[in-house]
Design a protein around this ligand. Structure first.
Ligand SMILES: *Cc1c(COP(=O)(O)O)cnc(C)c1O
Length: 396
């Protein structure tokens, strides 16, 4: 048999982590890595944070799973805290980002159905968007590499250009349900929505009775230095998908909505066997305790500013390689003048630095939110060393 036991859908690299501690990962062979990827914006508290590990041990021994047929004191408590910390009035818990997106799509469609407008079923989404890997989520992106061979895809999506407000507004017709957009595209290459773009979408929704669905799976939950990325724009969505950092490494996601936007989501319309189980809820509260602690988001803002400044200082020293720094808070990207993937591999294999490549030749730097100055210095030093000895690979 030629196929591997793990379905070979990932081109896995040689790093084989078996242990983590704070901002470091340790490989099977003992190699040490500075983790500036954090499981792709997941390990917000780093690895092995005691608040998380102790909560998991305690709750696992108390009660891990019960059916959603029963009352959920744990879920009610965590949902109320998310409601208190956001625009939302209600929360559906999932196990992943793609499931949170599925719930968001269903909530948006069902809203217009409940209002007697079932023909308003189409969400306008944007180029290089990434919303996950379910059939619904891949139908919501125009990226061929994720869609090819999985047709027929889900109808009910129209694709426009990111940061082009006029193009988005021109696509609105009688079938439009609203817009679904990442305030900062992660996989797309740390593409930050402009103020005019996101505010313009909000205004169009208000004027035409459409819904603004935000995908904050990667950019939300403290990553930008704000609890929610949309706070950077002075707007709120009607529906929002959250995951990644919300569980700090435990599989957890959530779909948040206003009372009005969730009007169609009545008994029996949606469900999940594991979603919102007591273990996940305890973990969610433990992560939120840390993120809501006084000074935590200020720390993200400060570290983000320091890291950005250090990266910008480094850039001119490697003018042949680096083009610009982009992003917000600790969601940063260094755009290269050549393919980002071989550089990410070089920094990883030869300098022990973990980053993630993204669209537009961007190297994503998504450290644990608990990094300190020493990690920033180490990161920039390693990047600089890596750049000094690197021979750019020509663009394919
Ligand atoms: C990671 C990601 C998803 C999908 O989350 P999964 O947990 O992998 O299903 C959706 N949207 C964005 C913006 C993401 O970064």
């Amino acid at each position: 048999m030629a196929i591997t036991a793990l379905m070979p859908v990932y081109p896995r690299c040689g790093v084989r982590p078996v242990r983590g501690e704070g901002c470091y990962l340790y490989g099977e062979d003992g190699a040490k890595y500075l983790d500036m990827a954090a499981g792709i914006a997941v390990n917000a508290l780093g690895h092995g944070h005691p608040a998380l590990t102790e909560t998991i041990a305690r709750q696992a021994a108390t009660l891990m799973h019960v059916s959603n047929l029963y009352g959920s004191p744990q879920g009610e408590r965590f949902a109320q805290r998310l409601v208190d910390a956001s625009f939302a009035d209600t929360v559906f818990f999932t196990n992943s980002g793609a499931e949170a997106i599925e719930c968001a799509i269903k909530t948006a469609r069902r809203y217009h159905y409940a209002n007697g407008n079932p023909q308003r079923h189409t969400l306008i989404t944007f180029d290089t968007a990434f919303h996950g890997r379910t059939l619904g989520a891949i139908s919501a992106t125009d990226q061929a590499k994720m869609r090819d061979g999985f047709e027929p895809l889900l109808p009910g999506f129209a694709y426009s250009k990111f940061n082009d407000l006029d193009a988005a507004l021109a696509l609105i017709d009688d079938n439009t349900a609203g817009f679904m957009v990442e305030p900062i595209q992660g996989e797309g290459g740390i593409r930050v929505a402009s103020q005019d773009f996101l505010r313009g979408l909000r205004q169009a929704c208000d004027e035409r009775g459409l819904l603004l669905v935000l995908d904050e799976v990667q950019c939300g939950y403290g990553r930008t230095g704000k609890m929610w990325a949309h706070e950077l724009y002075g707007i709120t969505p009607d529906i929002m998908a959250v995951a990644k950092a919300i569980g700090g490494g435990f599989p957890l996601g959530a779909c948040l909505a206003t009372e009005d936007a969730a009007k169609g989501m009545v008994f029996g319309t949606h469900g999940s066997t594991y979603g919102g189980n007591p273990l996940a809820m305890a973990v969610g509260e433990a992560v939120l305790d840390v993120i809501e602690a006084p000074g935590f988001l200020d720390h993200v803002v400060q570290m983000g500013a320091r890291l950005r400044q250090a990266l910008e200082q480094m850039l001119p020293n490697h003018d042949h390689l680096f083009a610009e720094v982009r992003g917000e808070g600790l969601m940063l990207g260094v755009k290269l003048k050549s393919d980002a993937r071989p550089f990410v591999a070089h920094a990883r294999d030869n300098h022990g630095l973990l980053t993630v490549s993204a669209g537009e030749n961007v190297v994503r730097i998504l450290p644990p939110l608990v990094i300190d100055e020493s990690h920033i210095a180490e990161c920039v030093e390693k990047l600089s060393e890596a750049a000094r000895v690197y021979v750019p690979v020509a663009d394919e």
